[in-house]
Structure formats: structure tokens, C-alpha cells
Design a protein around this ligand. Structure first.
Ligand code: NAP
Ligand code: GDD
Length: 323
């Protein structure tokens, strides 16, 4: 029997690697879009390298996207590629717009041009809510992004909705709240903390410099969230959904739990560095996942506590191996 084909853009990222594993386990033929760089960034998918097919293309290059879709003729496209780090978006707002906003239009154009029956998932973000007027946030909450990244994601969201409404594409926007894992990039606060905890535990560092400890996030486990992405493309009718846990914690609470998991006292090691404050901050995010729970029959399986403990344990193993 012919396997169902899926393309994942951003397969080398945190979510791309979990989604590739998930789709392979479901029997898909998985194609991963990778961009050319002088050094390969395949660490997260090294264990899958013989199971997936990698295709070279770039969100900045329209023709490469059209050719990729023409060559593969997938049933599903998961558009996860983007410049995803909020502080970088303040430093490189134009490039962030090119990747994270216009890149979505280029992907949608390629799908529209080659085959309108292809199902399209757009990786939208809770950063679009930004300065939200109420909590928890759901599809009725107005967007008020607080960074060039958030602004670019709002564009990506609406262009996805627009192509669905204009051309009858099965195009959906998953508004996902923060999701983490041992594969999270070390620049994001959760992984920055758990990696530092491991180094401090093993005597390699003394302190960890952080910015705003009062920021609150709704943190889930990335492995759970990629299943929600897949479920969104299996719906009968395309629609957008908020995917979250519905619980929120401060950065301080994350740090406290992470240091405790390694038998350390966070107050002895964390130093607040105002240089890490953002020009405009998203203070509190908490999602309302009721619709996703109902429509997708999906629920997160990993609690905040288990997530933190899992990340600390993984980083301790990693740092020990590197010794
Ligand atoms: P990530 O680890 O930063 O991965 C980003 C991916 O995008 C990488 O594979 C990267 O490839 C690729 N990429 C960047 N620019 C590209 C370009 N010009 N052409 C082709 N590929 C490019 O991000 P993630 O955490 O897995 O998140 C996946 C998606 O979900 C992102 O769009 C992110 O904005 C969104 N999102 C994430 C969260 C979260 O909490 N994780 C929440 C909501 C939404 P390289 O390896 O070549 O750099
Ligand atoms: N990165 C970082 N580093 N953040 C810090 C630090 C620090 O040293 N100290 C405090 N923070 C605070 C930030 O100010 C922010 O309020 C919060 O920790 C979370 O920051 P990040 O982990 O960088 O994630 P994010 O919430 O800005 O963005 C992530 O989640 C979005 C979904 O809401 C990214 O994955 C985005 O791509 C994603 O869309």
C-alpha cells in the first residue's frame, strides 16, 4: 500500500523532530525541508536520518518551495519553519518578517499552485496574544503582539485564514502556547535554566543570569503538542484552535523547581540581569484549550512538574556525557 506523504518544514527544530517521529510511527512517508547552511543542524533528527527524506529548500526562495511540493505531491504540509526566538526578532525584524510572515505566504502559494487538496498546518503562536486583555486566552481574544516575532506570526495566522476563505484550501492555524522538551534550543528560558542547573550541579558553573523572573507562561511538553498538530489536519472541517495546558507558572517557579530537582537552592545561583529584559514584554500567557480538548479529543499528558524534572534529568545526563 502507498504511504501517505507529509512534508515538515523546520524538521531540524524541536517540534519538527518530534513530529517526524510521530508521523513515522503512524506509517507516513516523511519528507523534511532543510535549508543549506555551512554546518549541518541535524542533531535532533540524527536518529531518524535513514527513515526520512530530506529536501533542500528555503522559506526565502519561492521557486524552491514550488519545486519541492511538485516533486513530492504530499497529502499534508506542516509549516513549522520560522525564526522563532523573540529577542532575535528585535535585532533582525526584517529577516524575521521574511521568514516568519512572508514565508507562510510563499508556502501557501506553492500549495495553491500545485494542488489545492493538500492539507496545510501553520505553526501559530500564543505570542500573538501578547498584551492580552483577559485570561485565559482563546479564539475570541484580540491579538496584541509585543515583538516583531509576534507581529509576523499574526500575519502568518491571517494569511492562512485568508487562503482558506479565498481558495477553499484545507489550511489551519494552530495557536500553540509554549511547549518545551529536552530538545528545546538552549536560548529559550526553560532549557537555559535546566542546562545551567546541570552544569552547576556538576561543578562547571556557579551562576545563572536571567531576565524577567515574573513572566508567566503556559508550558506544555512538545511531544504532546505535535499530536495536536496532526489531529488538526485530520479534522472533517478546517478551523483554527488554541492548544495549551490551561495552567500558568512564573519563570521563578520554573527555576525553583529545576534547581530543587537537582538538590540545589535556586536563590544561591540565579542572578537577575536587566540586560536580558525585552524592549516590550509579554507578561502573562495562559491558554484556554477547551475547544481543542473537545474537537481534537486531545489532552496534554505531561504535567509542569514532570516536564521540569524530565528536562533537568536529561541535561544532567547530557553534561555528564560531555565530560
Ligand atoms: P525551532 O526549534 O526554533 O525550529 C525552527 C526551524 O525552522 C528549524 O528547523 C530551522 O532550521 C527552520 N528554519 C528557520 N528559518 C528557515 C528558512 N529560512 N528556511 C527553512 N527553514 C528555516 O522552533 P520550534 O520550537 O520547533 O517551533 C516550531 C514552530 O512553531 C516555529 O514556527 C515556532 O515559531 C512555532 N511555535 C513554537 C512554540 C514553542 O513553544 N516551541 C509555540 C508556538 C509556536 P535550521 O535548523 O536550519 O535553523
Ligand atoms: N529566553 C530567555 N532568556 N527568556 C527569559 C530569560 C532569559 O534569560 N529570563 C527571563 N525570560 C523570560 C522572557 O522575558 C519571557 O517572558 C519568558 O521568559 C519566556 O521566554 P522564552 O523561553 O524565550 O520564550 P517566549 O515565550 O518568548 O517564546 C517562545 O514561546 C512562544 C509561544 O508563546 C518561543 O518558542 C516562540 O517561538 C513561541 O511562539
Amino acid at each position: 500500500m502507498k504511504k501517505r506523504k507529509a512534508i515538515i518544514t523546520g524538521i531540524t527544530g524541536q517540534d519538527g523532530s518530534y513530529l517526524a517521529e510521530f508521523l513515522l510511527a503512524k506509517g507516513y512517508h516523511v519528507y523534511g525541508m532543510v535549508r543549506r547552511s555551512s554546518t549541518e543542524t541535524f542533531d535532533r533528527i540524527q536518529h531518524l536520518i535513514t527513515d526520512v527524506d530530506l529536501v533542500q529548500a528555503d522559506l526565502l526562495d519561492q521557486l524552491s518551495l514550488i519545486n519541492m511540493i511538485k516533486k513530492i505531491r504530499p497529502a499534508e504540509v506542516y509549516n513549522l519553519a520560522s525564526q522563532s526566538f523573540v529577542p532575535t526578532s528585535f535585532e533582525q525584524p526584517v529577516l524575521t518578517g521574511e521568514f516568519t510572515a512572508m514565508g507562510v505566504t510563499r508556502m501557501l502559494e506553492a500549495v495553491k499552485l500545485v494542488d489545492r487538496k493538500i492539507r496545510f498546518y501553520q505553526a501559530s503562536s500564543s505570542e500573538m496574544f501578547g498584551l492580552a486583555p483577559h485570561s485565559p486566552q482563546n479564539l475570541k481574544t484580540p491579538f496584541h503582539p509585543r515583538s516583531p516575532y509576534g507581529v509576523a506570526k499574526v500575519y502568518g495566522h491571517w494569511i492562512t485564514v485568508n487562503y482558506r476563505e479565498s481558495y477553499d484550501l484545507f489550511a489551519v492555524s494552530g495557536i500553540l502556547f509554549n511547549h518545551e522538551s529536552p530538545r528545546r534550543g538552549k536560548e529559550f528560558v526553560t532549557r537555559k535554566i535546566t542546562h545551567a542547573v546541570a552544569r552547576i550541579k556538576l561543578g562547571l558553573d556557579k551562576n545563572l543570569r536571567l531576565g524577567n523572573l515574573d513572566a508567566k507562561r503556559d508550558w506544555g511538553f512538545a511531544g504532546d503538542y505535535v499530536e495536536a498538530m496532526w489531529r488538526m489536519l485530520q479534522m472533517k472541517t478546517p478551523r483554527d484552535l488554541v492548544v495549551a495546558t490551561g495552567k500558568t507558572y512564573t519563570v521563578r517557579e520554573f527555576a525553583k523547581r529545576a534547581f530543587r530537582a537537582a538538590g540545589l537552592n535556586w536563590e544561591k545561583h540565579v542572578v537577575v540581569d536587566p540586560r536580558l529584559y525585552r524592549p516590550a514584554e509579554v507578561h502573562t500567557l495562559c491558554g484556554d484549550p477547551a475547544e481543542a480538548f473537545r474537537v481534537l479529543r486531545w489532552k496534554p499528558s505531561v504535567t509542569f512538574e514532570r516536564l521540569v524534572d524530565m528536562m533537568v534529568a536529561a541535561d544532567i545526563r547530557l553534561v555528564e556525557r560531555q565530560q
